[in-house]
Design a protein around this ligand. Structure first.
Ligand code: ME8
Length: 519
């Protein structure tokens, strides 16, 4: 897999039944950082995100607001498009499941599953949660406070009885288990993989895959009084996005199967059980990996409108800066685990990791070059052991960072880069370039050159998480645009002595609390 030159990565597609929240932003940013990392490695990347516009949840929310589902989707989808733009995501496409290309893809997938004998007509009688857009077994339910039944996610369920098409999921138990066995990295992290395997081992029931009581969805081919169950069409977005059903198209041949679906932990079963079963049935190759990230909580509390703690990610970016938010989300929360966000946590990361550690290192070394070396990168003299050691640490970092990214440990990849920055700060303070200014300017020049070179490598690596700030640092070092990829790490891309540098400026301002208004 590591040798494959293309990389196809997706987020889940979000329900536009409301404006985006920070959970959506988190997933978009993490997926974007992974996509950018693969591009910096030199891969041909396709990154897809979008909105999931069908389903009863959309319909019911619209009804409550006295509008149609179309109007609701029209109102909110642009906010998701704006969010990924504001977060500086590098998605190659943004899919909306109402698009014609998606209807075509979903209907073709259905036809193939039907042709394979895996779809049959019957009657559904059971429990459904609109909030989760999921069917539940009686045995999975608990009693709510008012006697109402609740799903395992704590959401209300309702009894549904109607004619429905079914997908023969029960027939896929062995094939799914064999697939998990043969592809140990298929589901990540490990805890999620275990959860899915034990669920599948417990036996699978056939899945109701169509509804007749409303028409907000993709019509079932040749039986338009049925619309597809929202998850059938939603999951199909991943192949629509690269050209299905045109399997001979350049994009489909190049990018499918996807390398990674990045999703939240609550929807792992849909992606690790239903989706591969649909694809197996239709004779389409399976994605390589499904990774379920954790949930983000506001100071430990679940976001909810009634608690009033739903945070608008666009407002967060305005308040703190886009790279600041991206860095915070990626560094603070171990990818795969749940995490918290709070004003104090964000400010702490901005001021400690960005302003102090990376910002000061760049600012101090570059302003000394501006002041003492005429703004020209000095020629290094003979290297001492300390110089060699810090350069070697920078030169050798990439494979370690790559190993973390291969394991989806984005936070650990950043920890490694910030470990280098901490070492470089110690080196700079210990070597005291300012002390050599009068007595040994050549030594001062060497220390400044070595420091600038480490900043270059840290900036190249940091670009995946912080594209704008990484780019600004490289601008300050006069690194040409075409010399910013990972192939330039190490000795290959060493800064060229005598290069003229622009006037240094601070890339990471400290966050200063706004004056509280006197009450
Ligand atoms: O599930 N923290 O859409 P969605 C982190 N349409 N991630 C969160 C989160 C939180 N607090 N809340 C939600 C859907 N997410 C379906 C997906 S894919 C074919 C269809 C994540 O808008 C959630 O886990 O409810 C999911 O991955 C994504 O945001 C969209 O959630």
């Amino acid at each position: 897999m590591a040798d494959r030159q293309t990389y196809y990565i997706t987020t889940a597609i979000s329900y536009p039944n409301d404006a985006p929240h920070i959970g959506h932003a988190y997933e978009a940013v993490a997926t974007d950082a992974l996509a950018r990392f693969r591009r910096l490695q030199g891969k041909d990347v396709f990154f897809l995100t979008g909105t999931d516009e069908h389903g009863i949840k959309m319909l019911q929310t619209a009804r409550k607001q006295g509008i149609t589902a179309t109007e609701l989707a029209d109102r909110n989808t642009p906010k998701f498009r704006e969010m990924v733009e504001v977060l500086d995501c590098s998605n190659d496409d943004f899919i909306s499941t109402r698009e014609e290309r998606h209807k075509r893809a979903s209907q073709e997938l259905w036809r193939r599953m039907q042709a394979a004998g895996d779809i049959y007509l019957d009657k559904y009688a059971g429990w459904y949660s609109v909030r989760d857009e999921a069917y539940y077994d009686e045995s999975e339910l608990t009693d709510g406070p008012d006697g109402a039944k609740l799903s395992p996610q704590g959401t209300p369920v309702e009894w549904v009885e109607e004619e429905s098409y079914f997908f023969r999921l029960s027939a896929f138990q062995d094939r799914l288990l064999a697939h998990y066995e043969a592809n140990p990295g298929f589901i990540g992290p490990e805890t999620r993989a275990n959860e899915v395997k034990s669920f599948v081992r417990g036996g699978l029931r056939d899945l109701s895959v169509s509804r007749t009581t409303f028409d907000w969805g993709v019509p079932v081919p040749d039986d338009p009084k049925h619309v597809m169950y929202v998850w059938v069409d939603a999951l199909t977005n991943y192949i629509t996005g690269v050209g299905f059903p045109d399997e001979e198209s350049e994009s489909f041949k190049k990018y499918w199967p996807a390398d990674a679906h990045i999703i939240g932990k609550d929807i792992i079963r849909f992606h690790a059980i239903y989706w591969p079963a649909f694809l197996m049935s239709a004779g389409v190759a399976l994605p390589r990996q499904v990774f379920g990230h954790g949930f983000l909580y506001n100071r430990g509390e679940k976001m909810s409108k009634s608690v009033g703690n739903v945070v608008d990610p666009i407002a967060l970016v305005r308040e703190y800066g886009v790279d600041q938010i991206r860095y915070f989300l990626l560094r603070e929360v171990p990818f795969g685990q749940d995490g918290n966000y709070s004003h104090d946590g964000i400010v702490q990361r901005i001021n400690a990791d960005l302003a102090n550690d990376l910002g000061n290192l760049a600012q101090r070394s570059l302003s000394m070059i501006a002041k003492n070396c005429g703004g020209v990168l000095p020629e290094p003299g003979a290297l001492t052991e300390a110089d060699e050691a810090i350069l070697a640490a920078a030169d050798g970092l990439l494979p370690r960072v790559e190993a973390e990214i291969d394991a989806f440990a984005i936070h650990r990849a950043l920890e490694l880069v910030w470990g280098l920055i901490a070492d470089a700060n110690r080196y700079f303070a210990g070597e005291e370039p300012w002390a050599h200014k009068k007595t040994n300017p050549e030594r001062m020049g060497t220390i400044l050159y070595v420091t600038a070179e480490v900043v270059r490598q840290a900036a190249v690596l940091a670009q995946a998480a912080m594209p704008q700030s990484g780019g600004k640092l490289l601008d300050l070092l006069s690194v040409p645009d075409d010399a910013r990829g990972f192939e330039q790490l190490g000795a290959a891309g060493r800064l060229k002595p005598s290069t003229e540098l622009p006037k240094p400026e601070a890339v990471f301002p400290r966050y200063v609390e706004p004056e509280r208004e006197a009450s």
